[in-house]
Structure formats: C-alpha cells, structure tokens
Design a protein around this ligand. Structure first.
Ligand SMILES: [Cu+2]
Length: 413
C-alpha cells in the first residue's frame, strides 16, 4: 500500500483545520464560549478556550506545507503515516527519529515484572519546522497530543490542533512537523496508562518563562490530567472489591512527564533524553537496548593467582599475544588460531571500566570485526576458559599472557 501522498483539494472531504495565529485566538477568546463567527476563509465555531481542533478554516497551514513539500504533505492534524519507515519520500526527510518501544519482561511469569512501554528517546529538543519521524519498532501505538480534542488538558502550545497519528503497522513510521515553539507533551493512546508519554521541546525556552501547562498537571472535568498511580489504584480498588490493595505496576504518564529527567530545560540542554534516565529516576525495572554501550568493554578484576587482570564485558579473562606487535593495529592470530583465541570485539567505541589504566583502541580485523586493544595490544579470549576467573590460557606456548590494568602482560613461570 502506498502512502497517501496525493491529497488534492478535490479528494479532501474532511474539514480543514487552521492553526490559529495568536491574534485570531485572542479575538475568539474575547468573544467568549459558544461564540460563532464567520471568517473570510470559512466558518469557525468557537466553543471557548480550547476550540482549535474543531475549527474548519483556511488554507494557511496547507499552503505552507505544500510549498515546502511539493505533493507530499504533512497534515497538521493527521501527520503523515507510512507503512515503510525506510521509504520516506524526498522532501520529508526527518530531522529527528523517535522509536516506539515495548520491552517484554525477561521472565513473563515473574509477577514483579511487566512489559515496559516507552518512546526512545523520551525527551527531544528540535527547532521549529523540524520533521520528527516516529518509527514503529513494535505495533499498536499512537503518537497523540495531550489536547482537549482528545479529552485531555492541553499540553501543547496554544493554537496547535489536536493532532494524532493513526496506529501504524510495525516497521512503519509517522511523520510530524513541529511548527510552533513551546513544549509538546505526547502520549500513546493504548499505553498512556502504562506511562508511555514523552516531551518534545521546540525552539529555545527561557528559564522562568516556561509555558504554564508544563507545571500544572491539573484539569477541570470533563478533561483529564495525565494520570497518577494513586488515581489508578483508587479506580482499580473500587472496581475489584475482593482486592482492596491493588498496586499499579507501571509508572504513569503523569509521573513520566513530571520526572526531573524530562524537565523542559534539561531536555533542551541534553538534546535527547533516553528513557533509561526516566526509568532510573522512577525505579522502573527496564532492560533497555543500550546495555552494551554502558557496560565497560574492558574491566579490571582481582584474580587469586595473577593479581588484578583485565577482563571483557562478560567478566571473562582476556590475553595478549606476544606475536602481535604492540601498536601495529593488526592481529597475528587468524584462522584456527582465532578459533582457540577469539578476539575481543566491539561495536562502536570501547568503554574502559573503573581501574582500567590502559588506553583502549580498536582496529578492523580481516573478517570485518572490530578488535579491542589495550595499550596497543590486541585482546583475546581463550576458548577453554569457561567462566569468569578462569585463566587457562596463561603462559600457553610462552606467548599468551593475562594483562595488568595498565595493559602490560603479566609473564609468569
Ligand atoms: Cu504504545
């Protein structure tokens, strides 16, 4: 199925939505709730403070996007969905990518664990006019603005309509262009109550002049504020009389958005805030994808026979090979040798653990793998070592040695 690239004026039968300028908003507000007025471009019904989503209006936003995008148009309400995140058309190349994630518990039977739903990153800073691609790594999510049009307190800048993605299939994407400066709080419809919310800061915020809706997690009925665990537990307990001490197992969207990690100025400063930062703060058990980046590639561990030695990310002993030339950036152990002495490889940059004094560098092996060096010496495992602490390779053929934290071989008898 091809994406809806051809939304001509003739084929569009839904009301157009205008992004109100502040001037016109003020006029509507001045007229008060229930006022209707005809504008040169059409008829607008204003029902008070929050009417943006209901307004049939002028071509302003559409003309603006058409001009920039040619026939590919990002709708200010419906965005631009595509079933193929890899096939985004020219003119709509995203400036930023946010992934929609669900992490399953390691042990589905563990009563302490639940799936974790989140946006990655959960905080993002963009410039006005930037396109963000929300990529569906997992199905059954939406990207939806907190807006009275969706039954919520407005937590997007004034004048921004009630926008939302549809549910897009896995490996699809939804594009949205963030036009107005301000703070945009977004949630996933199916998983809002499980804390799937995020914050996008557009433009430059000034300390002390944050939009009021950032601070107030309050809304007058019939609108909702982002949820609190207490409210959910109250509801749970009211609905299930035999259980009067239900605990909500997820963080809520209210907690996520109120986290210090997603403080708007912090988001602006960081550029991107990973969900892991929010999870840490809220005490969410979370097996995030970046484990390998934060686990040191090389660590120092005490060994009962050889003192402090270098080990790999899994705690297994690593060795230096005397046939390698220190600093040469190549390995003398290939083929069968490498079967017995597998290289310590890494994707990206190696990370040194505490107490590792050796500088870590890498080089590319002939196989294309990236091997780690400590103080210029390529590092290898020994295939016969079975668990951390094993050092069966020490002294083999008088050329294989464990290393001390400075990366020097420890040559024993
Ligand atoms: Cu979701």
């Amino acid at each position: 199925m091809s994406p809806p690239t051809d939304r001509t004026e003739e084929s569009t039968d839904r009301p157009r939505v205008e992004w109100f300028g502040f001037e016109r908003r003020s006029l509507l507000q001045a007229l008060g709730a229930g006022a209707s007025l005809s504008l040169a471009s059409g008829t607008a019904s204003a029902s008070g403070e929050e009417s943006d989503g209901e307004v049939a209006a002028a071509e302003t936003a559409e003309e603006r996007t058409d001009e920039r995008n040619g026939s590919n148009r990002i709708d200010p309400v419906f965005g631009y969905p595509t079933t193929d995140a890899e096939g985004i058309p020219a003119g709509l190349e995203p400036d930023h990518v946010v992934e929609l994630h669900r992490e399953f518990p390691e042990d589905p039977a563990d009563p302490e664990r639940t799936s974790v739903f989140h946006f990655e990153p959960s905080g993002l800073h963009v410039s006005a006019g930037d396109i963000v691609a929300f990529v569906y790594t997992d199905p059954n999510h939406t990207i939806t603005a907190y807006h009275p049009g969706h039954g919520f307190q407005r937590r997007v800048p004034e004048g921004v309509p009630a926008f939302s993605s549809p549910i897009v299939q896995k490996d699809g994407a939804w594009l949205y262009r963030f036009e107005r400066d301000g703070v945009y709080d977004l949630y996933c419809g199916p998983h809002e109550i499980a804390g799937m919310a995020m914050r996008i800061v557009v433009g430059e915020l000034v300390e002390g002049e944050l939009p009021d809706y950032v601070e107030s997690f309050e809304a007058e009925p019939p609108l909702f504020a982002p949820l609190s665990p207490a409210a959910l537990e109250n509801e749970l307990n009211a609905e299930s009389t035999p259980n009067d001490d239900c605990e909500w197992p997820w963080p809520t969207d209210g907690q996520v958005l109120a986290s210090e990690a997603l403080d708007p100025l912090a988001v602006q400063e960081a550029g991107e805030v990973p969900f892991a930062a929010v999870a840490d703060e809220l005490g969410v058990v979370f097996d995030h994808d970046d484990t390998d980046e934060t686990t040191p590639t090389v660590q120092a561990r005490d060994h009962p026979e050889y003192g402090t030695v270098l080990v790999g990310p899994d705690g297994m002993t690593v060795y230096a090979f005397d046939n390698d030339v220190q600093g040469a950036g190549e390995s003398a152990c290939t083929g069968e040798c490498a079967d017995a002495w597998p290289p310590l490889t890494v994707e990206g940059e190696p990370v040194a653990g505490d107490d590792v004094a050796a500088s870590l560098e890498t080089f590319d092996r002939e196989t294309g793998e990236t091997q780690v060096m400590a103080a210029g010496r390529p590092l290898y495992y020994f295939a016969r070592d079975e668990e951390p602490g094993d050092a069966e390779g020490q002294g083999v053929n008088d050329v294989w040695w464990v290393l001390d934290p400075s990366g020097a071989p420890i040559r024993t008898e």
